[in-house]
Design a protein around this ligand. Structure first.
Ligand SMILES: Nc1nc2c(ncn2[C@@H]2O[C@H](COP(=O)(O)OP(=O)(O)OP(=O)(O)O)[C@@H](O)[C@H]2O)c(=O)[nH]1
Ligand SMILES: [Mg+2]
Length: 466
């Protein structure tokens, strides 16, 4: 499981600024769709030794200002879900009554605390931290979220107690036949996840009972179909069919994110009767951000009129344009309609996500894309895209080398992704493009190349120059 870090503090101390820094993906993201990352509260992060999840919260005021109950509740919930809390204070404004209030909340509810003195750029660590010792949260750590000062050092401290655990979802299986395919089933409460899972594994199979207690644990259900091993990661808790209705599901984004992390493919379930809600959009955005192969399932398709169905389809197009890469399947988990289409779609998505892409083929496709539709001029100079190679699997990362690549417009990036997607049949998986400008990466390393590699390099450079 990924460590979960909550950011708490009074308003305006810089929680969201730090959140953005901690969750900023190092790879260029699939695409920048407006609205997708606005006001996000949860995020995947990778800065420092191991990956983690971060929760941003609204600021808790206190003291004379009075206490906003909703904010306190939100913060208490975050502390409950988190393994560690970063209590943020403002090094420029100094200690306030609200800080005392937040500290008390943290001392009571947090499993582990770190005191972060933000806005400390240009301030000596000892001076910035001095007055905050009294909060009883240990040694103050001075940072600047806005400028990025000492953030890596902070995360080294915070993450030192956690280990990377078994996060092998990114790795290709050692033996495709031996290893099970891990599938997370996620979605809002009541969309029909449990009914769907019961359908998938067979009605009379021994079912696992949800462990009462934490909101973070998901249940894992191994099963086999057509000599293929699967593991379903259920975030709802599985019941005997007769008991499904007795369950009031506790929805936790953290639980869903942990399941997404462990899975190789995600089945995201929507409810045709409810349409696409805000919560759906943010959950789907996080699946994309994590780069997981995805099948989008719209459940409760039975009993809808033709015009209702059209309405739902249109809404999916309109609200989820960033998911145009994923296969969409409409089902009725209740009646079992089209449930049989699911595992084949999952397999297709997984194969696409783990496909090997040859450098020559990628470069050829890049060249033909550029010929058909050249990148724009930037201040009179054309952006040059010279060659491409694969930088990762699940999701596929395509690295493009060239000049002025930082100027490639978003629309052109999408054009390239679509070209690669078509050419290499990458339906079902996000695709990441990363650009590298400037020097030939082989330069300076030339004496380290074997003769065969050297030959390959020469051939490649020749192609590229043409
Ligand atoms: N100088 C300086 N300003 C910062 C730093 N971090 C954040 N700020 C600024 O402080 C202001 C508040 O930042 P936010 O990140 O929105 O603060 P917040 O804690 O999320 O606020 P609420 O969500 O309202 O509780 C913004 O104007 C930021 O630009 C920093 O390290 N140094
Ligand atoms: Mg904020």
């Amino acid at each position: 499981m990924l460590p979960v870090i909550a950011l708490i503090g009074r308003p305006n101390v810089g929680k969201s600024t730090l959140f953005n820094r901690l969750t900023r993906s190092r790879d260029a993201l699939v695409a920048d769709y407006p609205g997708l990352t606005r006001d996000r509260q949860y995020g995947f992060g990778r800065l420092g030794p191991i990956p983690y999840l971060v929760i941003d919260t609204g600021g808790v005021a206190g003291g004379e200002v009075g206490i906003n109950i909703r904010m306190v509740e939100q913060t208490a919930r975050a502390l409950e879900e988190a393994d560690a809390a970063l209590i943020m204070v403002d090094g420029r404004e100094g200690l306030t009554a609200a800080d005392e209030h937040v500290a008390e909340l943290a001392r009571k509810n947090a499993k582990k605390t770190w005191l972060v003195v933000n806005k400390s750029e240009g301030l000596d660590s000892a001076i910035a931290g001095g007055e905050f010792h009294g909060l009883g949260l240990g040694e103050p750590l001075a940072v600047s979220a806005a400028h990025g000062d000492r953030i890596s050092a902070l995360m080294e401290h915070v993450l030192a107690d956690f280990d990377a655990g078994q996060t092998d979802a990114d790795e290709p299986p050692l033996d495709e036949d031996e290893r099970e395919l891990r599938i997370a089933v996620v979605g809002r409460p009541n969309v029909g996840k449990s009914t769907l899972i019961n359908r998938l594994i067979g009605e009379d199979r021994l079912v696992v009972f949800d462990q009462p207690g934490t909101t973070r644990d998901s249940v894992s259900v191994p099963f086999e179909r057509n000599d293929r091993k699967y593991e379903l990661i259920d975030t709802a808790g599985i019941r005997r069919k007769s008991k499904v209705h007795e369950v009031i599901e506790k929805f936790s984004i953290i639980k869903a994110l942990q399941a997404i992390e462990r899975a190789q493919v995600v089945i995201a379930v929507l409810d045709a009767h409810e349409g696409v809600t805000e919560q759906d959009v943010s959950l789907l955005g996080l699946i994309l951000e994590r780069g997981r192969a995805l099948v989008v399932v719209t459940n409760k398709w039975d009993g809808l009129s033709a015009s209702d169905r059209k309405h739902v389809r249109d809404e999916l197009d309109r609200r989820l344009p960033f998911l145009d890469f994923a296969e969409r399947i409409t089902i009725s988990a209740l009646h079992g309609t089209a449930v049989g289409d699911l595992l084949p779609a999952v397999e297709r998505a997984y194969r696409a996500a783990t496909r090997d892409l040859a450098t020559t083929a990628l470069t050829r496709e890049l060249e033909s894309a550029v010929t058909a539709h050249p990148p724009p001029l930037v201040r009179g100079r054309r952006i040059r895209l010279r060659y491409a190679h694969q930088g990762g699997r699940n999701p596929p990362v395509i690295v493009i080398h060239g000049n002025q690549t930082e100027k490639v417009p978003e629309a052109y990036r999408r054009y390239l992704i679509n070209r690669f997607r078509k050419a290499f049949k990458l339906k079902g998986t996000p695709v990441r493009l990363t650009f590298k400008t400037g020097k030939n990466p082989y330069q300076g390393k030339r004496n380290k190349l074997t003769p065969r590699q050297e030959q390959k390099r020469k051939r490649l450079m020749k192609r590229v120059k043409r």
